[in-house]
Design a binder for this molecule. Structure first.
Ligand code: P6P
Length: 334
């Protein structure tokens, strides 16, 4: 007799969430299922990226006679496409697009939500087989339903997100998303082509032993960061130091590992780039929301990421995120 373990797919899970909220319209569940569909299509392309030379490099024609696009452009088109043809999203912002794209058709204008994406973060790592990811953020519109979405719908504080998540294309492909009810992880079961619940109710350990930062910029960081990194490397009976340094240069992989195992990820500002490199709306806000719902903290070194009032779609912020006690250790480092 086989183990009768009920495997719950992403679709079943989101529909179950709807049943728990009788007055839910199902739009958010539908939006998350749309994102799951696009993620499966991106998974297929990412997993054959190493073979692109056989199928024709970006900008050439592949064996099917289709133009082979850069993978991040391909990913952007997949996520934008499913949402534009769905019924749950009025428009998107994306790292790949200079400005927001308002879908502005009768159905989309009735949709309650807008989405922001980094469709394929870390794509420069793909040709060396390092895990990469998609990051997404979902807001309820503040503009009038029935009319086109506006820039204000996208420039909301991160605290207003109704959902946020990421897809990690790694040793397996996982979709992790958070609502205020919790963080749940789904692993793609390729035998049935479905994301299945594998990491229910993810919690970020309050303490970890991993610190993640690009040491190459050490002498460009401010004194607080330098002192904290220094303390991470020293034996310390109070905080269990020295810590282990892990940094793969792919944000989704680094933050996902620290979310599961405990740890702190830092992308500070430097003298040359005081706002750092990472984008507020579609990299830092989503991860700040996810990690906070899971019990961790996220700041720009001074204030809570989720309290920052955005001023433009592609703005950058310094980013510190991870286990509550490690983040407090950092904040208390003077
Ligand atoms: P650095 C990838 O290019 C990325 O945007 C993030 O995924 C990653 O955390 C960061 O840049 C790495 O930047 O400057 O350390 O190489």
């Amino acid at each position: 007799m086989g183990i009768n373990r009920k495997i719950q797919t992403l679709d079943e899970f989101t529909i179950q969430q709807m049943r728990d909220f009788p007055n839910a319209t199902g739009e958010l569940s539908g939006l998350l299922r749309d994102i799951g569909l696009a993620a499966k299509r991106v998974h297929v392309e990412v997993n054959k990226a190493g073979l692109v030379d056989i199928l024709g490099d970006a900008g050439t024609m592949n064996v099917q006679g289709e133009e082979v696009k850069k993978l991040d452009v391909f990913a952007n088109n997949q996520f934008m496409g499913v949402l534009q043809h769905g019924i749950s999203c009025a428009g998107i912002g994306s790292e790949e697009l200079d400005d927001i794209v308002v879908f502005d058709d009768e159905i989309s204008n009735q949709s309650k939500y807008v989405c922001l994406f980094d469709p394929l973060d870390g794509s420069s790592n793909i040709d060396v087989n390092v895990s990469i990811g998609t990051i997404f953020s979902v807001f309820r519109r503040v503009s009038e339903l029935g009319k086109p979405a506006t820039k204000e719908d996208f420039l909301q504080k991160g605290i207003n997100q109704v959902a946020a998540g990421y897809v990690i294309y790694g040793s397996s492909t996982m979709l992790v998303y958070a609502t205020r009810r919790g963080v749940n992880g789904f692993t793609l079961d390729q035998s049935i082509g479905e994301f299945t619940l594998s990491h229910p109710d993810i919690k970020c350990p309050h303490k970890g032993k991993i610190y993640s930062i690009n040491h190459g910029n050490f002498f460009q960081y401010n004194e607080q960061v330098q002192r904290y990194v220094d303390s991470c490397q020293k034996k310390n009976k109070d905080n269990g130091g020295p810590y282990t340094q892990r940094y793969i240069g792919s944000m989704v992989a680094d933050v996902h590992r620290n979310l599961i195992k405990g740890g702190i990820f830092m992308y500070p500002g430097t003298k040359d780039k005081p706002n750092g490199k990472l984008r507020l709306l579609y990299e830092c806000n989503p991860f700040a929301f996810i990690v906070e719902v899971a019990g961790g903290l996220a700041t720009d070194g001074k204030q809570r990421i989720l309290e920052i009032q955005p001023t433009e779609i592609h703005q950058r912020v310094p980013f510190f995120v991870g286990s509550k006690l490690m983040m407090e250790e950092f904040e208390n480092t003077k």
